[in-house]
Design a protein around this ligand. Structure first.
Ligand SMILES: Nc1ncnc2c1ncn2[C@@H]1O[C@H](COP(=O)(O)OP(=O)(O)OP(=O)(O)O)[C@@H](O)[C@H]1O
Length: 302
């Protein structure tokens, strides 16, 4: 569904300053996948999501979504892409919801603005995300988690094939975050919609099949689940014990030129945080990265 190759985004701040928010990022997302994106503040997560959603254009590289080349779309085609393909969920959705309207009126509102009045569709969407019993409740009578579910219903109103969520659980407690994530999983499973979720929260990523870590505007590692979360849900045995960390394996991403990003704490642990050189040696069929000040290692097989 999504192919990013060597994606670059440069923000021009003024005549002399610019920020390279994406620095040649590679990412592949399959149709119907539910995946997470993690990374420190400023690593480029929101920038990437904005590119995927057609809210902004990449500076260079390749970005293909559903066979559409996003770097080549005209402005009109980009608007159409956003309208037909993508649903957005933000951290703080309250700003997009009207507190004195009911849940169903809030879901209807964007449809009305597009000239379509569809009360039945709005109800159906709320039922789909488990809010059928609160359709006539005023927004300000709903909890943060319920408001977020209304926002998810709104994001589905155009039948998107891609749901993009930027810190969707950032303002709710852990239990509510779990429920919201389960809603995304249900939608992913039942509607086949591809879901990309940006989060800071490592706890939430335990529930995803694949998590890509971004560092300095580049994909640095991929964390893959050993057993698929949806299978666990089907077995109805989801509990704290089977979402422990050992359900995932972390892989470093190797780009076309053979480059990898080594986590900063690994470099710190061998005392080379302030050096730009490493010894790379083959040891017993493994590639080892060593402190350059360490005595050179004989790499020849004995
Ligand atoms: N519109 C913009 N103009 C200039 N610089 C920007 C703009 N948007 C983002 N940046 C810069 O690009 C870099 C990446 O920002 P981005 O918001 O994508 O990071 P992030 O990983 O989503 O961070 P956070 O987790 O704090 O939201 C940062 O250095 C940020 O300051």
């Amino acid at each position: 569904m999504i192919t990013c190759e060597n994606l670059v985004k440069i923000y021009k701040i003024d005549d002399e300053h610019e920020v390279m928010a994406l620095q040649g990022l590679d990412l592949q997302v399959e149709d119907g996948e539910m995946m997470g994106i993690i990374g420190n503040s400023g690593s480029g997560k929101s920038t990437l999501l904005n590119m995927l959603g057609g809210l902004d254009r990449p500076t260079a590289g390749k970005l293909i979504i559903n066979d559409r080349d996003l770097l080549r779309l005209t402005d009109k085609e980009l608007v159409q892409y956003k309208r037909d393909t993508v649903g957005f969920i933000w951290q703080n959705n309250a700003r997009n919801l009207v507190p004195y309207l009911t849940a169903v009126e809030n879901v209807e509102l964007p449809m009305l603005l597009k000239g379509r009045y569809k009360r039945d569709r709005a109800k159906e969407l709320l039922e789909m995300i488990g809010m059928g019993h609160r359709i006539n409740s005023k927004l300000n009578m709903l909890s943060g988690g319920e408001q977020q579910r209304v926002a998810i219903a709104i994001s589905l109103s155009n039948n998107p094939s891609l749901l993009l969520a930027d810190e969707p659980t950032g303002s709710v407690d852990t239990k509510t975050a779990d429920i919201i994530l389960d809603v995304f999983r249900e939608l992913n499973r039942n509607l086949g919609v591809t879901v990309v979720i940006v989060t800071h929260d490592m706890q939430l990523t335990r529930k995803m099949d694949r998590v890509v870590a971004i560092r300095d505007g580049k994909t640095s590692s991929e964390i893959l689940r050993r057993s698929i979360y949806s299978d666990i849900m089907n077995e109805n045995t989801l509990n704290e014990t089977n979402v422990e960390d050992d359900t995932h394996i972390e892989y470093a991403v190797l780009d076309n030129a053979g480059r990898i990003q080594v986590p900063r704490d690994y470099l710190d642990s061998i005392g080379i945080s302030d050096s730009n050189k490493l010894q790379v040696v083959l040891e017993d069929g493994r590639i080892a990265l060593l402190n350059p000040n360490r005595r050179p290692v004989d790499t020849k097989p004995s």
